[in-house]
Structure formats: C-alpha cells, structure tokens
Design a binder for this molecule. Sequence first.
Ligand code: FAS
Ligand code: PHB
Length: 389
Amino acid sequence: MKTEVAIIGGGPSGLLLSQLLNRAGVSTVILERASRDRVLSRIRAGVLEAGTVDMLHAAGVGARVAAEGITHHGCYLTDDDLMVHINFAELTGKTVTVYGQTEVTADLYAAQDAMGARIVHGVEDVILNDVDSAAPYVEYTVDGDRRRLDCSYIAGCDGFHGVSRNTIPENRRRMFERVYPFGWLGLLSRTPPAHPELIYANSANGFALASMRNATLSRYYVQVPLSDRVEDWSDARFWDKLRSCLPADVSAGLTTGPSIEKSIAPLRSFVSEPLRWGRLFLVGDAAHIVPPTGAKGLNLAVSDVFYLHEALADAVRHGRTAGIDAYSERALTRIWKAMRFSWQMTTMLHQFEGEDGFAAQMRKATLRHLSQSETARRELAENYIGLPF
Ligand code: FAS
Ligand code: PHB
C-alpha cells in the first residue's frame, strides 16, 4: 500500500491530522492498534480551548460541538470553603467549551468515514523504517498478515506508549520528566453537575475536581495515592472523599449516583525533544504529557496538528519544506508554556506526601492572592483559556 502521509495512531491527534490533510488533498492512512469501539470507550479530556473548537470547525467537524458543547465563562479554585472565581470572559474576553474528548473522537471518525479515509484498526508490531531517508515505510501486522505501507512522511500520533517516539535514536532525544506521587481517580455518573462551572478544589483532604459532560452527566476526580487501585474504591467511598474536598455549600447540594465509569490516571509532566527525526514528526501525547490539572493535554495535541498539517500539505503538494523544518521548534514553544501552567496548577492544588506545613501554607497563600488580585486571576485565565497558536 502507498500513501503520502502514514499516521500511526487513531486518537484525536491522528484523526484530526488526517481529516485536515485529506481536506487539503493529501492522502493518508491511519494505523490504529485498538478497535474503534475501544478507542471510543476511553473517557479522557472534557474542556476545549477556543483554538481547539476553531480547528474542529476548520476540519468540518464543528457542528455537534457548536450544538451540544457548553460554553463556560469561568471556573472556581477553592481552598476548603474559600471559593475564588476565575472569570475568563471578564478577564480575557474568551471562554472555553465543555465537550468530551470521546465526542470529539466520534465526530472525527464519522467525518473520516464520510471522506472514505483509510483507517486500519487492530494493527500489531508496527515498525517505522528508513524514517531519515526520502522513502520511509511502515511495517505492521493485521489479521495475521505482515504488511508494508510506503509513504513520503510519517506522523507519530500514537500516544505516550506508542512506538514513534522510540524510533528516534535515544542519543538524539532530550527527555524531560516529572512523575507526580499521586493519581486522579475519575468517576462518571448520570447525575446533574455539583456546580454550573468547574471547581478545582484544594483542601485539607487533598485535591478534587468537579466537572461535567452535560446537564445530566457529571465527571469527578479525587487525588489518590499511586498505590491505590480502582477496586479499592467503592462508589460510596468516592462520594465521601469528594464531599470532604469540596466547599461545604457545594457538597451539601451534591447529587450522587452509581458510577458508569471509574478509572485511575497517573500524573506526569513529560516532553521529548525534538519532535522531528527525518521524515517522522511526533504529535500530541507521543511527544508530551501534561497532568490534566490545566486541561491542556488534548488542546496541546490540537495545536501540534495546527502547526503540522499546513507544513505537511506544503511539503507534499508544493515541495516547500520551510514549514516542516520549523515544526519542532514552533510547536515546542507553545508546549513548554502549557507544560509550565499544568505543572503550576498541579503543585498549587495537590497535597504532596510527606510535605511540611510550609508547603500547605504556600498553597493557601497562592489561593488567597488569587482571591485578592485581578492581575493574578488574569494570568491564570490567559493560560487556562489557551495561549495563542
Ligand atoms: P492518544 O493516546 O489519545 O491516542 C494515541 C492512539 O495511538 C491510541 O488510540 C492508541 O491506541 C494508538 N496507539 C498506541 N500505540 C500504537 C501503535 N504502536 N500502533 C498503532 N497505534 C497505536 N487531557 C485533558 O486535557 N484532560 C483530561 O482530563 C485528560 N485525562 C486523561 C486521562 C488518561 C487516562 C489519559 C491517558 C490521558 C488524559 N488526558 C487528558 C490527555 C489526553 O486527552 C490526551 O492529551 C489526548 O488523548 C492526546 O491525544 P493523542 O495524541 O491522539 O493520544
Ligand atoms: C474533565 O472534565 O474530564 C476535565 C476537565 C478539566 C480538567 C481535567 C479533566 O482540567
């Protein structure tokens, strides 16, 4: 099989890149390890930056997010019962949209199917070959057959555990990492949200996040030790923990119900540089991971796609390589700013095992400063709604 751009991974990065390239007349093939049902069963991000919504419209998949996405004009950061409102609209003139990553992925699959895109599910043993030559190719196995895909370029959109990043020789990669000593236990329930806007709660009992998918579907997270397993957490234990972290007024109005999904996500900050090796380009979680505290993971993947899709179309259609030559440095500039914000939100809102009283006082002082300084709230809001692409 031949194509102009081989895309490893059929998550949001791979699908959005394929959709934009196909619309620009560039042929692609997506090789995805999991089944489509498996990909669409994942519960991940919930908040879309304005730039991400714009990109979905540019890709021709903006109709449902426009109809069903919920515009949020702000969010709350709390410290026990102190509630600090970050009014994005007032402070920046911008808003964010609450619309699940699962829906974004479903919309992209539907659009790709409508375009007759070539997506191969259930691939195994993917190997990227000759990526630093003018004729790279991908080998993979599907239904027991070993196959070869010849291409002009390869986009590694295969997430943190994919093969693309490790195709770049280790001695040519610079990796930066912070692994946090806790995870997020997430629960999805068919209950009305605890509050109309998101609440990021710092408390004596740890961190919690009250989020949502729509008016009847709520998404909650509580901080848990890395040693915990989902089986250790009954729904009742989860709700008790959540109540103990949220402000008393919010907890009093909390509607609980049976979990329809429960999972633990580890938290890490990670960047692998450069994002390019010959004709291989890394995109999204294949290149970087942020703790979800800043709602940046999916949105960063989208800005990578914004930078890469035009560059690849230029290279394939017109032989112009300035865009692909600049991709890594251009994307990394925005990646590092989002990395900093996500790290700052995580350290500001979570208890670290074994920390002394000083650290807790620093968190309290930061939240009190936010409650008293419009400048501090504006700085946070600018990062949360998404820095310019
Ligand atoms: P993805 O990991 O989504 O997709 C990569 C795809 O590549 C997968 O479908 C995988 O099956 C496939 N793949 C892997 N190896 C392969 C191989 N060898 N061959 C072929 N295919 C291969 N972000 C937020 O903003 N907020 C959140 O709350 C949030 N929660 C998260 C919870 C979890 C458990 C995880 C893992 C991530 C979370 N994220 C969150 C971040 C998440 O949304 C990512 O940023 C987003 O999925 C990035 O999309 P992709 O880059 O497409 O990577
Ligand atoms: C979610 O709704 O899943 C969500 C929202 C905001 C975050 C992280 C996760 O920062």
